[in-house]
Design a protein around this ligand. Structure first.
Ligand SMILES: [Ca+2]
Ligand SMILES: [Ca+2]
Length: 103
């Protein structure tokens, strides 16, 4: 990653990238697999998990998030923006490897 990039673009990069809103496994369909992935990550504080599964950006992965995914079953809306609340300014000479916002 480019040095200092996280300063300019706080937030995170979903891996895998969503094809649809709530498509946490990135296969282009929103179905029980996606909500199951969210459920499997309940309580996680891992930055990558939060990026992909804390759908409502409250910093917690819980039934609210899986419920949001369930409400999106069968449709393919544009993915919502990633959460930016987890981003931390670490200075201009940091790499994204050190940044909790991921990258
Ligand atoms: Ca999916
Ligand atoms: Ca949440």
């Amino acid at each position: 990653m480019t040095r200092g990039q996280c300063d300019l673009a706080p937030g995170c990069i979903r891996d895998p990238q969503w094809m649809c809103d709530g498509d946490t496994d990135g296969d282009g369909q929103v179905n029980p697999v996606d909500s199951g992935l969210v459920q499997a990550a309940f309580g996680s504080t891992d930055a990558n998990d939060l990026c992909s599964y804390a759908i409502d950006c409250d910093g917690q992965i819980n039934p609210v998030d899986s419920g949001i995914v369930q409400s999106l079953f069968g449709v393919c809306q544009d993915p919502r923006d990633v959460c930016t609340t987890g981003g931390v300014f670490l200075g201009c000479d940091v790499t994204c490897d050190d940044d909790p916002c991921g990258g």
